[in-house]
Design a protein around this ligand. Structure first.
Ligand code: HSE
Length: 449
């Protein structure tokens, strides 16, 4: 491996020919960044990037391809002997997985921004380990969080990861709070800004954040890349009034990915959560992402930056590409030791085989409950008694006067910490009361470390 400090000027320029699959927001961001910062990159790293070939289903005549050959067949990228490294920027699982597999089989390193394919097939794709597969851009956009877990915090036992890892959800919750806009209006804005996935249900239903948490948990805790093992909830049930009530109680609502080591095992869950207004994570707004890592030696570290958008994601894609070029791995693919940590990001998966995952029913958290009720004397006592029957204590209550035109009045309760299965039983009992006039909203309070 070349020591960047000792590099001589002659050794500095190492041409790296890239082939790009896809021509969407991220691919266009990559082309733009190579165009504007290409010489800055080669000056800094000694790697000159040449966009050799681009393959995409359809041409985009308005996009500057920087002189690259264009074709509509993805496999031309693998077949082209002049392509050194392939950037998989098409997203989705099927085609992307095929492309990554055939590229690796052809000894071509791959850089991908595709969280879905890594979260579902990471174990298999990373199993060989001889040909680099890098995915910094798959988690938290521009933030170098994969590098931080793999290298910066490599000496630590990781105890917790808390992440705001979906830019669309964070943008939507922020705008709902600041401008009081309706959910659908805010979603269209996030789509127009290029933050949302091709199918925005992936964002608002929590799937995208779960893909990313799967990757963080694999790297931080040595789990397998098993997306299906996570508990996942999105933000579709959050109303503007929940954001206001939470504020009155001293909290902000954030959509969080949580991986937490407890005495019972590892919790891996994605859901909206109440975060104390004074907490650092509570003040990460808009499209910004943040990942807070708690580890034994480093303590609490917080990484923050834009989590979506073409330029931010391109920054992470090109960081991977440049590090491959800098490390000189491209000259020696196939001869590289498979236990090289910088090469094989799946290594952590072997650290803790069989780690026990705590099932959602067993996790304990305080909860925010918004219960729509008919406005009748004695209703609060009925609600309190149902909670008390399950030994759930009440920490705080908000009950507003019924506004004119409202058919129901909301009772908002902050409970003490209780086990999920117990809260579920209490919620079923509450839902069956004839004084409860609609769907109950439950939002868990984020754990504190
Ligand atoms: N749709 C994703 C988000 C894009 O909003 O965070 C970046 O992964």
């Amino acid at each position: 491996m070349v020591d960047p400090i000792k590099k001589t000027p002659e050794k500095l320029v190492n041409k790296l020919r890239i082939g790009i699959a896809g021509l969407g927001t991220v691919a266009q961001g990559v082309l733009h960044l190579v165009k504007t910062n290409g010489s800055l990159m080669s000056g800094r790293t000694g790697v000159e990037l040449v966009v050799q070939r681009i393959a995409s289903r359809s041409a985009k005549p308005g996009v500057d391809l920087l002189g690259a050959v264009f074709s509509t067949d993805l496999h031309d990228l693998v077949a082209d002997p002049h392509v050194d490294v392939i950037l998989e920027l098409i997203g989705g699982e099927g085609l992307a997985k095929d492309l990554i597999e055939s590229a690796l089989a052809a000894n071509k390193p791959v850089v991908t921004a595709n969280k879905a394919v890594i979260a579902a097939h990471g174990d298999q794709l990373l199993a060989g380990g001889n040909v680099p597969l890098r995915f910094e851009a798959a988690v938290a956009g521009a933030i170098p969080i994969i590098q931080s877990l793999n290298q910066g915090l490599a000496a630590n036992r990781i105890d917790a990861i808390y992440g705001i890892i979906n830019g669309t959800c964070n943008y939507m919750l922020t705008v709902m709070e600041e401008q009081g806009l309706a959910f659908d209006q805010v979603l269209s804005q996030a789509q127009e800004l290029g933050y949302a996935e091709a199918d925005p249900a992936f964002d608002i239903d929590g799937i995208d954040a779960a893909h990313k948490l799967t990757i963080l948990a694999a790297l931080g805790f040595g789990t397998s890349y098993d997306f299906s093992a996570l508990y996942v909830e999105g933000i579709t049930q959050i109303a503007a009034e929940d954001i206001q009530y939470a504020k009155e109680l001293g909290f902000k609502i954030k959509h969080l990915g949580i991986a937490l080591r407890t005495d019972a095992g590892l919790e891996t869950r994605v859901h909206p959560a109440l975060v104390p207004s004074s907490a650092l994570l509570a003040n990460v707004n808009g499209v910004m992402n943040a990942v807070q890592i708690v580890s034994d030696a480093a303590g609490e570290t917080l990484f923050s930056g834009p989590g979506a958008g073409g330029a931010a994601t391109a920054s992470a894609v090109l960081a991977d590409v440049l590090s491959l070029g800098e490390s000189g791995l491209l000259d020696s693919v196939g001869a590289v030791e498979s236990n090289d940590r910088s090469l094989n990001q799946a290594q952590a998966a072997a650290v803790a085989p069989g780690i026990h995952r705590v099932v959602m029913d067993d996790i304990a958290s305080a909860c925010y409950l918004r219960i729509p009720t008919v406005d009748r004397p004695g209703v609060f006592a009925q609600v309190a008694s149902a909670l008390s029957a399950h030994s759930i204590s009440i920490e705080a209550v908000i009950q507003k006067e019924q506004s004119s035109g409202d058919a129901s009045v909301s009772i908002v309760i902050l409970t003490d910490v209780a086990v999920e299965s117990v809260v579920n039983a209490a919620l079923s009992e509450l839902a069956a009361l004839d004084t409860v006039a609609g769907e109950i909203t439950r939002i868990r309070v984020a754990p504190t470390h």
